[in-house]
Design a protein. Structure first.
Length: 159
């Protein structure tokens, strides 16, 4: 079942890298008491993700925070080390780069994408969601192969 507006984010472990090493946090704690924009990409270093999606959030970080967003997070079915390196290359210093290496979060919200035939395995669909205190307020899932409704610009229009 795919998550939708009004649903609570499922409880799974999220992982990201800091200067102190890998951090693990429950999704309950990650979203608790905050207004979070979470956007997901099919893969770090992939074409649209690197050329358009992540850069849109890097460019619009200040504008999103000015609209009351406490945390901006990017998620992909990659390990935390890949996500950290990719984020650094794009100057995503104020974006939490979440590695969902086993697709636990992605599967829990029902937004997995089977790219096995392309040699990529299970990935995340491209989407952006607004989560307030653990509850999904908006979810923008891209049709396969498209980019637009999950951009930072589209999220800013909804805030």
């Amino acid at each position: 079942m795919t998550i939708k507006a009004g649903d609570r984010v499922p409880s799974v472990t999220l992982r990201y890298l800091t200067k102190d090493g890998m951090q693990q946090v429950s999704s309950d704690d990650f979203f608790k008491g905050k207004k979070v924009v979470l956007f997901a990409v099919p893969g770090a270093y992939t074409r649209t993700c690197s050329q358009r999606h992540l850069p849109s959030y890097v460019t619009n970080t200040a504008a999103l925070k000015a609209k009351g967003i406490d945390t901006i997070a990017c998620l992909a079915v990659n390990d935390v080390f890949v996500m950290d390196a990719w984020g650094k290359e794009h100057g995503a210093d104020e974006i939490v780069m979440l590695g969902d290496g086993s697709a636990d979060f992605t599967k829990a919200i029902g937004l997995e994408l089977d790219r096995t035939s392309a040699g990529m395995g299970v990935r995340s669909q491209r989407y952006a969601m607004l989560v307030e205190d653990g509850v999904v307020k908006a979810l923008n899932v891209e049709p396969s192969g498209e980019y637009g409704v999950s951009s930072a610009e589209a999220m800013l229009e909804k805030l």
